[in-house]
Design a protein around this ligand. Structure first.
Ligand SMILES: Nc1ncnc2c1ncn2[C@@H]1O[C@H](COP(=O)(O)OP(=O)(O)OP(=O)(O)O)[C@@H](O)[C@H]1O
Ligand SMILES: [Mg+2]
Ligand SMILES: [Mg+2]
Length: 505
């Protein structure tokens, strides 16, 4: 019988922390963005028709032989280097044997006791405090296929009437990045995955889309009684492993839920059983999966169909020298060069958006405005449209031009958004859109004066209040004028004009 959720209410998280210390280790699987699979030439594109990207090798048909994809090795080494790992000059692939329908070969080619990269670290900052998370190893393996359980009410394997398998994903190169059990809170667990994702994005070796499964995380959680903080000798408790978390939020929620679930069991005098668990987004709870295989169950042995990998030192050093600027170094430079604060950069972490912000600054925009428009407007529009920000039909030069017009008082923010609409719709450059749509600010002309008069007539009571000295009561009048002008006026100028008319300024 595996661990069940305890009966009754769970303790609160703060109550758990007073009595137990959470111990957390994370395993992250990242699909590498190679054009072809790990051991064959099949394509790796996401979303293709099921079973169209398969061949005898990735289907494990008799007589087929794997060949290592050099790009996958290169990408894995780059990840290891960026995580300060030692890169093995010699390593081997291993067969991990288990039977599962989405594994056509009945084994997975992975690495076991001779991984490619070992012994690194990643620094993670949470609320101004830096936490160093040890990286135990980064090893290479191949992804499995995907099963889809259909029929029945739940869409889950239990109750489904039959299962479909898609082997397109089988054989896509993966790295598994395993941390030491160094993490002590759900917040740091989340921040670690976030930082790791940005690091890998900056390396350009994966599209790291958690929602599409190209980066997925397993969270190992155990508790040990306090007082233990800082006592490296206090023994760890038994861990549970919550599988396949597919958003940063889920990582944090699942870890927090596990701490309270385990605390309730321990309080009740029960043992924690080592098992895999699944996180349910809707309820925020985990439920028991299978009890955990021991390494011996997998009957690992060196993969006989592949020669060991021997990486020349020059190969590794060439990759080290070619690493791009990594997120931590980039943040430090952006703070020094552009006057951003660490806080400004907290929500501006996506390297792809940062590239565009920097290009917009280079095209003449002020750093604060470049950040504002990319973050609040364009990155959001890209994500709404399911696009990468770079794929939006607007250039950094266009954005810089729009911010210059806003700074010069020729566009309001509302008008600037309409200019962006036009540019994205392919109506031309910002200046062409402004001319084509007639979008410049109407300053001080008869239309504006008429709108101001109408607003004053329409709300005599407010006008009276403002006249009597309640200057801030003017807000609704400004709103009425802006509405009448369809946003084509400068709110500050409208406010000035209204106050002038009312004899207070
Ligand atoms: N007592 C513990 N509490 C919390 N985390 C732990 C504990 N012991 C080990 N861990 C973490 O669990 C993870 C174990 O991952 P690893 O890949 O080595 O093995 P596994 O989970 O047994 O195998 P598999 O890759 O098949 O899931 C590591 O991140 C490690 O830090
Ligand atoms: Mg693992
Ligand atoms: Mg594991």
């Amino acid at each position: 019988m595996s661990t069940v959720a305890p009966a009754g209410a769970l303790p609160s998280y703060s109550d758990v922390l007073a009595r137990y210390e959470p111990v957390i280790g994370l395993e992250t699987h990242v699909e590498l963005g190679t054009a072809s699979k790990m051991f064959c030439g099949c394509a790796t594109a996401f979303g293709a028709e099921p079973n169209t990207q398969v061949c005898p090798v990735c289907l494990g048909l008799p007589g087929s032989l794997p060949v290592v994809n050099e790009a996958a090795v290169r990408f894995a080494v780059m990840i290891g280097l960026a995580l300060h790992c030692e890169i093995a000059s010699w390593c081997r692939f291993a067969r991990k044997n288990y039977f599962y329908p989405d594994m056509p070969k009945n084994f997975q080619i992975s690495q076991y006791d001779e991984p490619l990269c070992t012994n690194g670290w990643l620094d993670v900052e949470v609320e101004g405090e830096v936490h160093r998370v040890g990286i135990t190893r980064v090893h290479m393996e191949e992804d499995t296929g995907k099963s889809l359980h259909v029929g029945g009410a739940t869409g889950r394997i239990h109750g489904a009437t039959h299962s479909l398998v898609d082997y397109n994903r089988a054989g896509i190169p993966l790295v598994e990045i395993v941390t030491e059990p160094d993490v002590r809170s759900p917040e740091v667990a989340r921040a670690y995955v976030d930082e790791l994702r940005e690091l890998i994005r900056a390396l350009g070796v994966s599209d790291v889309r958690m929602e599409q499964g190209s980066l997925r995380c397993d969270a190992n959680v155990s508790l040990r009684p306090r007082p233990a903080p800082g006592d490296p000798d206090a023994p760890f408790g038994t861990r549970s492993e919550t599988k396949n978390l597919n958003s940063l939020r889920s990582v944090e929620r699942a870890v927090r839920y596990e701490t309270t679930r385990q605390a309730a069991l321990l309080d009740d005098g029960q043992r924690i059983i080592q098992e895999t668990r699944h996180f349910d987004e809707a309820s925020g709870r985990t439920s028991s999966g299978r009890s955990k295989e021991e390494a011996t169950d997998y009957r690992y042995f060196p993969e006989p169909d592949l020669t060991p990998l021997a990486l020349p030192a020059e190969y590794v050093e060439r990759l080290r020298a070619g690493l791009p600027e990594l997120p931590a170094a980039r943040r430090a430079r952006l703070i020094a060069e552009h006057g951003y604060t660490a806080r400004d950069l907290q929500d501006l972490r996506n390297a792809a958006v940062l590239d565009l912000v920097e290009e917009t600054i280079a095209a003449g925009a002020a750093p604060a405005t470049a950040r504002k428009w990319w973050l609040n407007e364009l990155a959001r529009r890209a994500s709404d449209a399911g696009l990468q920000p770079r794929d939006l039909k607007i250039t950094p030069t266009d954005v810089a031009r729009i911010t210059a017009l806003v700074a010069a008082g020729e566009l309001t923010d509302a008008l600037a958004r309409k200019v962006i609409d036009g540019v994205l719709a392919g109506e031309g450059t910002p200046d062409e859109v402004i001319a084509g749509r007639g979008l410049a600010i109407v300053a001080d002309d008869s239309a504006l004066t008429a709108a101001v008069d109408a607003a004053l007539l329409g709300a005599p009571d407010i006008a009276e209040k403002v006249r009597g000295g309640k200057v801030n009561a003017v807000g609704p009048l400004v709103g009425a004028v802006m509405k009448a002008m369809k946003g084509q006026a400068d709110a500050a100028a409208v406010r000035r004009l209204l106050l002038e008319r009312l004899g207070v300024s």
